[in-house]
Write a protein that binds this ligand. Structure first.
Ligand SMILES: [Zn+2]
Length: 115
């Protein structure tokens, strides 16, 4: 069970992560705009531009997914099951939640499930 202080620390952490992600989105969106077929930039530069755009698109998707998860997580952090691993029901350590507040699993389960 998390203490009131821990819950309020997590709330601050999530709110600041959300604010940071929301700030990152417009910049990433600008970098994923369609590349005009401009002969002046040349074929190789155009390939570079396409690769960079694809990397930025991946980054933008990751930011959007994390933002959605954090937004869903925020109203649940004072629920008793918030810090329970969805898989094995052990308590997820507070330190892990401060790093990854949207954690659904303990470290062991998350490694097991992703590997
Ligand atoms: Zn677990």
């Amino acid at each position: 069970m998390l203490t009131t202080t821990q819950i309020s620390q997590l709330k601050t952490k999530i709110e600041s992560d959300i604010a940071q992600l929301q700030e990152d989105i417009p910049g990433l969106e600008a970098m994923t705009q369609a590349i005009a077929p401009d002969n002046a930039i040349g074929r190789l530069s155009r390939m570079d531009a396409i690769n960079t755009r694809s990397a930025n698109q991946t980054a933008l998707n990751a930011v959007r997914i994390r933002l959605a998860k954090l937004t869903q997580t925020l109203p649940t952090i004072d629920h008793a099951e918030y810090n329970e691993c969805d898989e094995c029901l052990v308590e997820i350590p507070f330190a892990r939640l401060m790093l990854v507040p949207e954690s659904e699993y303990c470290v062991a389960c998350s490694e097991k499930l992703s590997g």
